[in-house]
Ligand binder design. Structure first.
Ligand SMILES: NC(=O)c1ccc[n+]([C@@H]2O[C@H](COP(=O)([O-])OP(=O)(O)OC[C@H]3O[C@@H](n4cnc5c(N)ncnc54)[C@H](O)[C@@H]3O)[C@@H](O)[C@H]2O)c1
Length: 294
């Protein structure tokens, strides 16, 4: 897809971080933007900011754990703009688990898989039929993570597991689109190359009542921002680099323009980690934990 002018892009989790940057990156190229999110304050802000930037948009409440809620967002997009050309299954959270995995609250597992995996599955179920029905080429982009999708980092086992599943779903969606010779191109977006400066470490702000752990402790790590993470890494002698979400959005949009499956920017360190994983499998080498920041 080389020309985004008047194309309609639906972005879940679009009010903050990577999703918000995607909205502006595509909007500046002439696309019409539909943002779905559950964070009402962030939604109000992006609605005002998109209007100020003269980007045509609809911002609506959309909880990706509910197909009905996604259906309402799709209806808003179609009522206002007539169809959908690009769909971003981007909403994601980190449930802030830490310590031994056998001690994790089942609420941590359930919330993370509900948003990160079921959110993607639901978005496929609700939005792909609209892409298939559209004349011309359309695009479905899943925001995964190198953590889980490509390598296994040791710090957030629930998040990592959810993103490993997301990658399997994304690749098979791609396979099915190829097999069916459809008009939908699928891409896997890996925000990076470093930790991205977003609200992901403060996901507890949108944690629903039903997934509260009951002990009042929404985030066991005590880390609620990239700066907190950087400070913790410094204590272990690790210099944590970070990436601005605008950089991720530009990388993604440039990859979509080229119909690339892998929307992925690597560093020598991350490439070495991916190679180590492949080598471990091929040579039956027992893995040792990767380090955060690799
Ligand atoms: N920040 C990173 O370093 C990083 C790295 C790799 C992958 N990612 C992925 O990028 C994606 C975007 O996250 P981000 O880093 O921009 O964080 P973010 O917290 O800034 O944005 C995520 C958005 O998703 C929304 N959201 C949460 N639950 C939702 C739900 N049930 N329905 C709809 N929206 C919901 C939040 O309100 C928020 O606006 C996620 O899938 C995340 O896993 C982030």
């Amino acid at each position: 897809m080389q020309d985004f002018k008047n194309k309609v892009a639906v972005i879940t989790g679009g009010a903050s971080g990577v999703g918000r940057s995607l909205a502006f990156s595509l909007g500046k190229r002439g696309a019409k933007i539909v943002v779905g999110d559950v964070d009402k304050d962030a939604m109000q802000k992006i609605e005002a900011d998109l209007a100020e930037a003269d980007i045509e948009s609809v911002v609506g409440f959309c909880d990706v754990t509910s197909r009905d809620s996604l259906g309402e967002l799709a209806k808003k997009a179609i009522d206002k703009f007539g169809g959908i050309d690009l769909a971003f299954a981007n909403a994601g959270i980190s449930s802030g688990e830490s310590g031994a995995m056998w001690d994790y609250s089942e609420k941590d597992w359930q919330w993370c898989f509900n948003v990160n995996l079921w959110g993607v599955v639901n978005t496929i179920s609700v939005l792909v039929p609209h892409l298939l029905a559209r004349d011309g080429q359309t695009h479905f982009i899943v925001t995964g993570s190198g953590n889980g999708g490509l390598i296994v980092l040791p710090d957030q086992p629930i998040y990592t597991a959810s993103k490993a599943a997301v990658q399997a779903v994304t690749e098979n969606l791609h396979n099915q689109m190829l097999a069916g010779e459809t008009n939908v191109t699928v891409s896997a977006l890996f925000p990076g190359p470093h930790v991205v400066e977003t609200g992901l470490f403060n996901s507890g702000r949108v944690r629903p009542e039903e997934f509260q752990k009951g002990d009042g402790n929404v985030n066991s790590t005590g880390i609620t921002s990239v700066d907190d993470l950087r400070a913790m890494c410094a204590e272990y002698g690790i210099d944590l680099k970070s990436t601005h979400p605008d950089e991720v959005a530009e990388m993604a949009v440039e990859g979509i323009e080229k119909d690339q499956f892998w929307l992925l920017k690597t560093t020598p360190e991350s490439e070495a980690a991916i190679k180590r994983r492949a080598d471990n499998v091929l040579n039956r080498i027992t893995p040792v934990p990767e380090q955060l920041g690799s």
